[in-house]
Design a protein around this ligand. Structure first.
Ligand code: C5P
Length: 306
């Protein structure tokens, strides 16, 4: 474990030379090692009172009512797209004061397992488990029950799994959460992956117009009872009028202009995406690949808080 700690410290130093041990205590929210053999997996957040209603709010409430303006909870979900638990924890520690939740995706979950979710949740942070379930309804229901028992605040299913699968996911989340006496996670439907274009849809043999397929899947998700969708922020203008008023939109494909677009084809800035009607912004590389992830997250938060 000492080796893990050393790697985490090196990672921190590389990512944030000015704060090699993470943000300074008292300057917002800090992750603290307990200093024992399990320190990487035993962390606590100190929420600074002045920040608790803005950038330092990591409680479930921050997921329930994000607005992205000053004085209200933080809409930034940072994607912890790193391969190991120690790197994820080091990154989380750096950006904690400036984000509202952490996203755990396939790479991190497959390599670090459910313990990384428990570690993040133990700090009080909200967690978005982005495993994009797509299987027969019974299997998805059981996976959703397991995720609900892990106490994640958001999870994803593919809308293309169909209404029976989405309904089963929703029922499972509600029943499991009721058994545990806690709020059910927000289940987001993934419409058409933002990496797919009409040529990719044509390979599948169905509708080839991306916007029509997105619309169709979004409506199916709403009819199945889902109250959240993952989509491009550029799709919001078209989608919103077609869907129930309470629908929440989580949008990746965010770029600040300070970095290259990478593989994201259609992007908006954080502020533009919020103005377009995003409820939450999923942001990966513009934060974790920045020379100083904490500074990058802070700048993004400032840009949506004005
Ligand atoms: O690095 P970047 O900001 O592009 O990361 C975007 C994150 O959002 C990644 O974790 C990716 O898996 C996720 N995502 C996406 N497009 C979707 C659904 C999720 O980019 N349609």
């Amino acid at each position: 474990m000492e080796a893990v700690d050393r790697r985490a410290r090196r990672f921190n130093k590389r990512r944030n030379p000015s704060h090699p041990e993470g943000p300074p205590t008292g300057g917002g929210t800090a992750l603290q090692d307990r200093g024992d053999a399990t320190s990487v997996f035993a962390l606590k957040w100190n929420v600074h009172p002045r920040r608790s209603t803005t950038s330092g709010s990591f409680a479930i409430a921050s997921i329930a009512a994000p607005q992205g303006k000053s004085g209200v909870p933080n809409p930034i979900i940072v994607a912890l797209d790193v391969p190991t638990a120690s790197e994820a924890v080091a990154l989380a520690r750096q950006v904690a004061p400036f984000v509202g939740a952490f996203k755990v995706g396939k790479e991190l979950f497959v390599s670090a397992g459910p313990d990384i979710v428990r570690t993040l949740r133990a700090t009080g942070a909200s967690v978005f488990l982005d495993l994009k379930f797509h299987d027969i309804p019974n299997t998805v229901a059981k996976a959703v029950a397991a995720a609900t028992r892990l106490d994640v605040q958001i999870l994803t299913v593919h809308c293309s799994g169909g209404s029976a699968m989405m309904t089963a996911a929703l029922r499972s989340a509600n029943e499991t959460a009721a058994e545990m006496g806690r709020p059910a996670p927000l289940i987001l439907g993934v419409t058409v992956l933002t990496s797919m274009d009409s040529a990719a849809l044509a390979e599948l043999g169905g509708e080839t117009r991306v916007e029509i397929q997105v619309e169709r899947l979004a409506k199916l998700a709403a009819e199945s009872g889902l109250t959240g969708l993952v989509c491009s922020p550029l799709e919001l203008q078209r989608l919103k009028p077609l869907l129930p008023a309470g629908m929440q939109f989580v949008t990746p494909g965010i770029r600040t202009g300070a970095e290259k677009a990478d593989d994201q084809k259609r992007t908006l800035s954080p502020r533009e995406a919020m103005e377009a009607g995003s409820t939450y912004l999923v942001i990966g590389r513009p934060i974790y690949a920045a020379p100083d992830p904490a500074a990058a997250a802070q700048a993004i938060l400032a840009s949506v808080s004005g």
